[in-house]
Design a protein around this ligand. Structure first.
Ligand SMILES: *[C@@H]1O[C@H](CO)[C@@H](O)[C@H](O)[C@H]1NC(C)=O
Ligand SMILES: *[C@@H]1O[C@H](CO)[C@@H](O)[C@H](O)[C@H]1NC(C)=O
Ligand SMILES: *[C@@H]1O[C@H](CO)[C@@H](O)[C@H](O)[C@H]1NC(C)=O
Ligand SMILES: *[C@@H]1O[C@H](CO)[C@@H](O)[C@H](O)[C@H]1NC(C)=O
Length: 253
């Protein structure tokens, strides 16, 4: 099963935002528009609500959800949560691809993830991380032309997995992404369906997220019943960049 989320945004421009970033730096909303939601400052060109006139246009509106314990902000009307805004970027929740196997090598569950952005790009502050001992992930995407990059998590024995938090190959791998990326599609592949490592590693995970935000805890992150999914969800954010957006729009007033 694939979990698909797509944002079809109006493509438009950010060329002039570069010249106008000082407004965002000051975290100023448009007059008569809310400057905050919960503890998050919402700076113009973003604004709360569709058709409220608070955002530059439909690419920059955010919505609120008050039904949770603490208020959440979402990009447009999607389920993509926004955590904070700063001068030239903002942070959203990470999408995780994962695949788990049964002892006989059949697939127990399989989720891929893809996200298309038209107005924003993925910052190079993000890296692709793959967790697992028999897992690799190819991330495909575009930056004007298509590309793919991959990362490989392998190990034969649980003892191979470093316990000092190093994400450097055995059990955990990470790699950088190209500049200007505006689409990625991530899914997991395997060599032997985890049949050799199943006793200590049943699932593989892959996600794009801010470098350094995920702390690998070694073998416990690979073992069944670990909390790795929940930890990625709660600690890893994806950084989206405004300034590298590929289109240009008319000047902002
Ligand atoms: C806002 O509050 C939530 C819940 O207390 C917290 O998890 C989050 O880090 C806060 N965000 C900012 C930008 O301070
Ligand atoms: C946004 O969050 C990131 C990481 O959680 C933090 O480093 C950054 O300082 C925050 N920026 C603002 C403006 O709150
Ligand atoms: C993402 O990749 C999967 C697996 O390669 C493929 O089946 C799916 O069609 C792709 N989705 C998009 C939107 O490219
Ligand atoms: C892995 O699983 C796939 C799909 O269930 C199957 O086609 C393939 O033969 C399996 N490979 C191994 C090495 O078990």
């Amino acid at each position: 099963m694939l979990l698909h989320i797509i944002l079809s945004l109006l493509t438009l421009a950010l060329g002039t935002l570069q010249g106008s970033t000082s407004r965002a730096i000051n975290n100023i909303a448009k007059p008569n528009c809310p400057t905050h939601y919960g503890n998050v400052t919402v700076p113009y060109p973003f604004g709360i609500g569709k058709d409220t006139g608070c955002s530059l246009d439909d690419s920059f509106y955010v919505t609120c959800d008050t039904s949770n314990e603490y208020p959440n902000l979402f990009l447009h009307s999607t389920g993509i949560e926004i955590y904070n805004f700063s001068e030239s970027e903002f942070r959203i929740g990470a999408g995780i691809a994962n695949r788990c196997y049964n002892q006989d090598g059949t697939i127990e569950e399989n989720y891929g993830w893809w996200l298309q952005l038209n107005t924003f790009t993925y910052s190079q502050k993000n890296t692709l991380t793959v967790l697992g001992c028999d897992d690799y992930s190819l991330i495909r995407g575009t930056k004007g032309r298509s590309f793919s990059i991959g990362c490989l998590g392998v190990c034969g024995e649980v003892e191979d997995v470093p316990d000092d938090g190093q994400c450097s190959g055995p059990g955990c791998c990470k790699t950088s992404i190209p500049k200007g990326l505006d689409f990625y599609n991530i899914s997991l592949s395997t060599f032997r369906n985890h049949t050799d490592v199943w006793s200590f590693n049943r699932c593989g995970y892959a996600f794009l997220g801010e470098e350094g935000s995920f702390k690998f805890r070694g073998a416990s992150d690979l073992s069944p019943g670990g909390d790795v999914w929940a930890r990625i969800k709660s600690t890893v954010h994806v950084v989206l960049s405004l300034l590298n957006a590929k289109k240009t729009v008319p000047a902002m007033r």
